[in-house]
Write a protein that binds this ligand. Structure first.
Ligand code: C2O
Ligand code: CU
Length: 491
């Protein structure tokens, strides 16, 4: 393990450390606490998103690259990341999906002050759960994330499934003009009140997706992250039979074969890990995005490269049959919800085009908005609501939706009473999906972001064991900016 850390050039030192408190400390202290230091300088720059089809695009990025550097540490390790803000405006970093101490959550106005241009902020926390995560700003989020500020964070299992190789695909989409410049119509009200800012160019790891070389017979672990503001991907793997092993970083109790005509839906903010066995025969397999009705987009082709088939053969096919199921991954240390006497909370999501439940636009709300614009905030008019309120401001400007005593199980009844899809994201915890429209969800997966169809009702539960003030919001970033979120307190 130590050798691997050194190879990654990340380990600074180990030994006695002030581990952050919270639900995470006990897990962290079970292992040697290795500290993984990294610097994340956020700045303006350029990126060749479309290769040589156009001049490089003006972007905002971390450490000069889109996506930002891959951060990687073992389960229980400590990440020490210094944000260095060289942008023309304030920013923060949110560590999406990590159960970390509240002060490290990166939500301005709620957990920290914005990091002004020229300032730094030291993030430091233990990662209690293995899995695929990501990081992004949580201030002017629709614009900052869209301009290229995001990266992947991987927390490695002590005992990962055997594979020949790993691939990480950070999926993103961009709204570019003919010179591949970002169209700067952020928070366009039509986007805010409809499906969000959908782009016209899809990239994988910051490059126009085209082909990915693979080796015949190899077993891949594919880590998928949707970093798009609004696009929901529906992936189909033509001629392949992938196994779904984790959702939002959390292992399923057993690998689940993906059906041939059952697309894998990944909404904004969501992640999925797959095991993909490349057949020994064949040359090219298409990965399609079928999320757009009546239309399949070719996302990328997996192309067999020359040379001998993989020798490791962790996933060697049984003659004539499906590949062996990958061994299950050990579950992360979540506390099981206690459903006998939970704190019950209903969240009604309303608004949007063709919707009901738009928050009333009072003179007071308009005055507050004017004031915020004078202060330099870019805020759209409210378009969405949670229980009748538009979440246009974190912190004192918004009531807490509920207060939970530490350790209490919270049972949330979510109702998407709109005509649109919404990936609903929970900060600081993972919840279990229990039922959709009254039907039990298979495997009751742990998630930090759950995709809800128009009209759908979703029941989730989690143990509120991480003290502090947390957000719950739609991860279509324009929807959150338009009010689709709320906040709660664990004390
Ligand atoms: Cu990934 Cu509150 O967001
Ligand atoms: Cu939404």
């Amino acid at each position: 393990l130590r050798r691997r850390l050194l190879a990654a050039g990340l380990t600074l030192s180990s030994g006695a450390l002030g581990l952050p408190l919270g639900g995470c400390a006990s897990v962290a202290s079970q292992r040697a606490a290795s500290v993984h230091a990294s610097r994340l300088r956020a700045a303006e720059g350029r990126a060749a998103l479309v290769g040589d089809l156009a001049p490089p695009t003006a972007v905002w990025h971390y450490e000069g690259a889109v996506p930002g550097p891959l951060l990687r540490l073992p389960q229980g390790g400590v990440l020490a990341a210094t944000l260095d803000n060289a942008l023309p405006e304030p920013t923060t970093i949110h560590w999406h999906g990590i159960r970390l101490p509240n002060a490290m959550d990166g939500v301005p106005g709620l957990t920290q002050r914005p990091v002004a241009p020229g300032e730094r902020f030291d993030y430091r926390f233990a990662a209690p759960d293995a899995g695929t995560y990501w990081y992004h700003p949580h201030l002017s989020t629709p614009e900052q994330v869209d301009r290229g500020l995001h990266g992947v964070l991987i927390v490695d299992e002590a005992d990962p499934p055997a594979v020949d190789r790993e691939r990480i695909w950070l999926l993103d989409d961009w709204r570019l003009d003919r010179q591949a410049r970002i169209v700067e119509d952020f928070l366009d009200f039509r986007d805010v009140s409809h499906a969000g800012r959908i782009g016209n160019t899809i990239t994988i790891n910051g490059r126009l997706a085209d082909r990915e070389p693979v080796r015949p017979g190899e077993r891949l672990r594919l880590r998928l992250v949707n970093a798009a503001n609004a696009r929901i991907f529906g992936l189909r793997f033509e001629g392949l039979a992938p196994w779904l092993i984790t959702l939002d970083g959390q292992p399923l109790p057993a690998a689940r074969p993906l059906g041939q005509d059952e697309p894998l839906l990944i909404g904004p903010g969501m992640r999925a890990d797959l095991i993909v066995d490349i057949p020994r025969a064949g040359e090219r397999w298409q990965v399609l995005d079928v999320s757009q009705r009546n239309r399949a987009w070719r996302l990328v082709d997996l192309v067999a490269e020359g040379g001998a088939p993989a020798l490791q053969g962790a996933g060697s096919a049984r003659a004539g049959g499906r590949h062996d199921a990958p061994a299950p991954i050990a579950p992360n240390p979540h506390t099981e919800p206690e459903l006998r006497d939970p704190l019950r909370v209903s969240l009604h999501f309303g608004g949007g085009m063709m919707g009901r439940g738009l928050p009333p636009d009072t003179a007071q709300a308009r005055a507050a908005r004017r004031q915020r614009r004078l202060e330099g905030h870019r805020a759209p008019d409210p378009a969405w609501s949670v229980n009748g309120h538009a979440h246009l401001e974190h912190g004192a400007g918004h009531p807490f939706e509920f207060l939970a005593e530490r350790g209490r199980t919270v049972l949330l009844q979510l109702h998407n009473d709109t005509a649109w899809w919404h990936p609903i994201h929970l900060h600081g915890h993972s919840w279990r999906e229990l039922a959709r429209d009254g039907r039990p969800v298979p495997d009751r997966p742990w998630r930090d972001t759950s995709l809800m169809a128009p009209g759908e009702r979703l029941e989730v539960a989690f143990v509120a064991d991480n003290p502090g003030d947390w957000l719950l919001h739609c991860h279509v970033l324009e929807h959150h900016a338009g009010g689709m979120g709320t906040q709660f307190r664990v004390r």
